[in-house]
Design a protein around this ligand. Structure first.
Ligand code: HEC
Length: 103
């Protein structure tokens, strides 16, 4: 009886962990970006507070084309153009935006 109730729960948590935005983040970005603290790259909180949706997506797809405009002297971030689907790109962008502080 216990198992009958347990299985749907396990499936549900599996589903959310596979399809939630932070999977992309943990897999591809976390080594260099943290949510609220500065790592190798700026925190998502900082990015969200000063950039538009388009600027953020632009930098994920083509950091070499946008870094000067964003005020960096050089860019060391890899492009994720071929690694992410459009859907994942939207998800990770919304994930970053979600760290914007209300003020
Ligand atoms: C190898 C380290 C590294 C990885 C991996 C990485 N980044 Fe970056 N990122 C940086 C650095 C360093 C910068 C600062 C500018 C530059 O070097 O291009 C940056 C800048 C950015 C910016 C623009 C910052 C600004 O000032 O607006 C965004 C947006 C961004 N990263 C998103 C991501 C996302 C999303 C991922 C994962 C899909 C990711 N980065 C993965 C290192 C990384």
């Amino acid at each position: 009886m216990w198992l009958v109730f347990k299985i749907p729960l396990v499936l549900m948590s599996l589903y959310t962990s596979v399809f939630s935005n932070d999977k992309v983040f943990k897999e591809y970005c976390w080594g260099c970006h943290h949510q609220t603290s500065v790592a190798f790259g700026p925190s998502f909180e900082e990015i969200a507070s000063k950039r538009t949706y388009g600027e953020i997506q632009g930098h994920i797809i083509a950091p070499r084309s946008t870094y000067i405009q964003l005020g960096y002297k050089r860019s060391v971030m890899p492009s994720f153009k071929d690694k992410l689907t459009i859907k994942q790109l939207d998800e990770i962008t919304n994930f970053i935006i979600s760290f914007k502080k209300e003020n």
